[in-house]
Design a protein around this ligand. Structure first.
Ligand code: HEM
Length: 455
């Protein structure tokens, strides 16, 4: 990063451009990206504000300076979703918020936004309270659980029930819990395969993936069809999608479009929130002072009862803990954009179809942006300290017109889960277990054994 502070305006900035070191003939940086992507990408801000790397025959660009990241994210027309990753995501997600092109995305966003309106959140929060409470009741003192797996199951139940509030939701939850991990894993394998051949081989993993995808599509079709028949607003996400009207055109989402949005919400909303919650418990397990402060807040605000939606504004520390976990382990650690026309970034001309890598992980671990970036310090989010975090330094939910539509949903879900569990349990790390970030579709902890101790 250049010697100027990251606050300064791009017009006055002399951007440093660099080519990433360590590239090999033909494959470029593909092996480094496959083997140690986080270490490799995090080393690049030291080389420049915009760094070029080669993934096989393709060039990709990592903006390391927050102003350049903002320039990309705030210009969704020129820096659109695209490239090979999107092509591979289309058979899975169809044409929903994540995969749609800029022009259609604006229409889709207008139609999906009402489903996430704050007026609907108290209803979703009831599901969150209910499921977190049931989870906290199910644990046994002294019996180790895999916290990552448990959080995945919890957020799957919450998201499925927030989507489909009907009585058949029980079957839907089981089906989603079976199919989703297989789809997420398969999608990541395919996204990482530069040849595109892996998906075509007659492998057992491919068969499992195809079967899980077929089952998920079938389940969503059945749900959409069932809801269409009755035409009643059940207060859930699916009803909101089916009844939404575009304020500009009066148009609605057709059944296929609703289907694609449901698939998108399931894929975008479950793993992300679960991974971040798992990391939060891992961090609490290694930081007893933070854990004690969290328990003190929960005891003071809730006095032994489970939290409800109305408590959230007073669960300030719980929120800071989760915010800090999202900084250290942002689930969406890497995502991409592709230029739709010739443009210029940081003084560098970019041809059409240039791939841009956006990594919140790289920003969040940059010592020029965050003091002691590796320390778990929820109080860095106290208002008097958080004012030093300029726009664009902290991007767990992205920015611009494609910013996460479920950000408030996810924060509410996580705060309620954290406060519910912290009110009853302390999770102790299992000695000898090695936990390291696994940069897959989301930044996962992998299996995370911890032992619940009653408080
Ligand atoms: C802690 C939890 C979450 C994190 C860290 C997260 C992160 C993100 C990020 C970084 C993006 C932007 C990606 C890009 O710009 O390409 C995004 C988009 C999205 N997220 Fe989330 N997300 C979370 C929870 C959720 C939840 C709970 C839902 C839904 C229930 C959701 C649904 C979506 C959707 C549909 C998009 C695409 C939005 C658009 O393009 O208009 N996310 N998320």
């Amino acid at each position: 990063m250049s010697t100027r502070t990251a606050h300064q305006q791009p017009e006055t900035h002399e951007w440093r451009f660099a080519t990433a070191p360590g590239g090999l003939p033909l494959i470029g940086h593909a092996v480094l990206m496959a083997r140690r992507p986080m270490e490799f990408l995090s080393s690049l801000p030291a080389h420049g504000d915009l760094v070029e790397l080669r993934l096989g025959p393709n060039r990709a660009y990592l903006p390391c300076h927050p102003d350049l990241v903002q320039q990309v994210l705030l210009n969704a027309r020129v820096y659109d979703t695209g490239g090979p990753v999107k092509e591979k995501a289309r058979p899975i997600l169809g044409n929903g918020l994540i995969t749609s092109d800029w022009a259609d995305h604006r229409r889709q966003r207008r139609l999906v936004q009402p489903a996430f309106h704050t007026s609907r959140l108290p209803t979703y929060a009831e599901v969150m309270q209910d499921e977190s409470g049931a989870e906290a009741l199910a644990w046994e003192a002294g019996r180790a659980i895999d916290v990552n797996h448990t959080m995945q199951a919890l957020t799957a139940r919450v998201t499925a029930r927030a989507l489909f509030s009907t009585e058949i939701a029980g079957n839907a939850v089981a089906e989603i819990q079976h199919c989703l991990p297989i789809i997420v894993h398969g999608a990541y394998r395919q996204a990482m395969d530069p040849t595109g051949l892996l998906a075509k081989l007659p492998l057992a993993a491919n068969r499992r993936f195809d079967e899980a995808l077929t089952r998920m599509h079938r389940l969503i079709d059945q749900m959409v069809e069932g809801y269409r028949r009755s035409d009643e607003d059940r207060g859930d996400l699916l009803s909101a999608l089916l009844t939404a009207e575009d304020p500009e055109t009066g148009g609605r989402l057709n059944d296929q479009e609703v289907h694609d949005q449901v698939m998108t919400l399931l894929l975008a909303g479950i793993e992300t929130t679960a991974s971040a919650l798992a990391w939060t418990f891992h961090l609490l397990g290694g930081n007893p002072e933070v854990e004690a402060a969290l328990h003190a807040e929960v005891d003071e605000v809730l006095a032994g009862r489970p939290p409800v939606y109305a408590d959230i504004p007073r669960l300030d520390y719980s929120r800071r803990v989760f915010t800090e976990a999202l900084r250290l382990y942002p689930p969406a650690w890497l995502y991409t954009r592709t230029t739709t026309e010739a443009t210029e970034l940081g003084g560098r001309p970019l041809p059409p179809n240039s791939d841009i890598l956006i990594s919140p992980y790289v920003l969040h671990h940059n010592a020029e942006l965050f003091k002691d970036p590796e320390s778990f310090d929820p109080d860095r989010w106290l208002p008097e300290r958080a004012k030093d975090v300029a726009r664009g330094y902290y991007l767990p939910f992205g920015a611009g017109s494609r910013k996460c539509i479920g950000d408030v949903f996810g924060m509410t879900e996580a705060t309620l889960a954290l406060a519910t569990i912290a009110g009853r349990w302390r999770l102790r790390p299992v000695p000898g277990a090695t936990i390291r970030p696994r940069p897959h579709m989301s930044l996962s902890s992998g299996p995370l054994p911890m032992v619940p101790e009653p408080r």
